[in-house]
Design a protein around this ligand. Structure first.
Ligand SMILES: Cc1cc2nc3c(=O)[nH]c(=O)nc-3n(C[C@H](O)[C@H](O)[C@H](O)COP(=O)(O)OP(=O)(O)OC[C@H]3O[C@@H](n4cnc5c(N)ncnc54)[C@H](O)[C@@H]3O)c2cc1C
Length: 411
């Protein structure tokens, strides 16, 4: 195959295009990403797929587009899950969404919205306060009614980014991370490739610009950045539906987290959280579901950061020194993901493996003063589970750090 395509930008858009292109088998695909794929808006987002909830009064085209996309999303997730070799396939949330009136004057707004939906024959239901609270008992008793929208849904967007990356690689895509594209390389009025930061040109038959908010830097596309702030809480009692008010959304995820989003601010590329942004999100979330008052902010505390650091240093050192035997031609692949069991780290080397049953114990008298040989012992003290998978390609060490269990153990 001598056709080559370059995709610039590895958000959900660039990843999806690059993966579809590579699986078409008609072109070699190189994805260039200035940071890590899936680390920008696609990682921060709430994951709402809500063409009905977000339908504005004069947005017919975008609504039809969003709704048509929703019909193919299930099949898209199915194909990504297969190509990424996921044990648990990605799925759409089947519970639908609620939009509730948390203030008296919200009710009139929502009634108008409901009538607008009805005129378009959309599948929606008006629910009184008690009916809403039967569906979602953690809603505030003071809500003034609202709309149930069974068709709107959500995804785990972070899982989707990770899966798309894996699917792209499994299908033979070439990923170049930490490589900023400086400009398109144009000759005789034709785009012939890209120019990297280092002034090096890379030629290609086709270039796709998927750089999200930064698109204007490569090509004049009249795209502007809009800042969104979102916060993540750990749920004590679980909300079961996406809940919206006219001001925010609450999006409960299967890993027990609750995303509260999102502000919408015209402040250019400013990207830090502000006190005002957090204040608004918390205030509006609390008036919708007062239970969030006791939810924990999801921030790692210092002990957890220390444990995580220690485990990573031991695991990666073992992989380089003992697994790959310091062979510079071999690499170590590290994956980290949040699952229902906790934080799952996987460190994969390309060595010949070893017999875990014959590792000397660092607690034996003759080993007590040795400064090496304690890595696996330390990891086992900190992590809930440490296991190995041996294959002809190398050894994969899997470590589960379960924050909840660890806390209970120390209590
Ligand atoms: C707080 C928040 C909540 C949101 N919630 C939702 C929601 O619930 N539902 C929804 O549908 N949408 C939501 N969105 C919007 C959604 O996140 C974006 O529409 C979507 O992620 C855009 O994807 P993307 O791939 O275009 O952009 P990005 O994910 O930003 O990816 C663009 C990539 O291009 C890379 N890049 C840029 N310039 C270069 C360069 N010169 N060279 C190489 N790489 C480059 C960047 O590093 C980045 O990784 C939300 C956004 C925010 C901020």
């Amino acid at each position: 195959m001598n056709h080559k395509t370059i995709v610039v930008g590895g958000g959900i858009v660039g990843l999806s295009i690059a993966w579809e292109l590579v699986r078409s088998n008609q072109t070699e695909v190189f994805l260039y990403e200035k940071k890590q794929v899936g680390s920008q808006a696609s990682w921060t987002a709430g994951g709402m797929l809500a063409p009905i909830s977000e339908l504005g009064f004069q947005e017919d085209d975008i609504f039809e587009f969003g709704r048509a996309n929703l019909f193919v999303y299930k099949e898209y997730l199915h194909r990504v899950s297969i190509d990424a070799n996921l044990q648990l396939p990605l799925e759409l949330d089947p519970n639908g969404a609620l939009i509730v009136a948390t203030r008296r004057d919200d009710k009139d707004v929502l009634i108008r919205q409901f009538e607008f939906y009805k005129k378009r024959n959309l599948n929606v239901q008006w629910l009184q306060t008690n009916e809403l609270r039967e569906k979602e008992h953690l809603l505030s008793p003071t809500v003034y009614g609202g709309i149930y929208i069974p068709e709107d849904t959500q995804i785990e967007n972070r899982e989707l980014c990770l899966a798309l990356k894996q699917a792209f690689l499994n299908c033979g895509g070439n990923l170049v991370e930490h490589a900023a594209v400086y400009s398109l390389y144009v000759e005789d009025s034709m785009c012939r490739g890209i120019t990297l930061d280092s002034n090096r040109n890379v030629l290609a038959d086709g270039v796709v610009v998927a750089t999200g908010s930064w698109a204007n830097y490569l090509k004049d596309m009249k795209i502007r950045p809009v800042k969104g702030q979102l916060l993540i809480l750990e749920m004590k009692e679980k909300l079961t539906h996406v809940v919206r008010s006219p001001r925010i959304y609450l999006s409960p995820k299967s890993n027990n987290t609750l995303k509260v989003g999102a502000t919408s601010e015209e402040v250019g590329f400013e990207n830090y959280p502000t006190a005002g942004g957090m204040l608004d999100l918390l205030k509006y979330a609390w008036e919708t579901a007062p239970c969030i008052y006791d939810y924990k902010f999801l921030e790692l505390d210092k002990k957890e950061i220390y444990d995580l650091h220690l485990v990573m240093v031991e695991a990666v050192t073992n992989a380089i020194v003992h697994g790959n035997k310091l062979d510079g031609e071999k690499s170590v692949h590290v994956t980290c993901r949040i699952t229902e069991d906790g934080l799952l780290l996987e460190v994969e080397d390309q060595g010949n493996g070893f017999d875990p049953t014959v590792i000397p114990s660092p607690l034996d008298a003759e080993n007590l003063l040795k400064v090496t040989g304690r890595g696996i012992f330390l990891m086992k003290q900190i992590a809930q589970n440490v296991s190995y998978r041996f294959s002809t390609h190398g050894t994969a060490l899997q470590i589960v750090l379960n924050r909840k269990k660890k806390q209970n153990q120390t209590e």
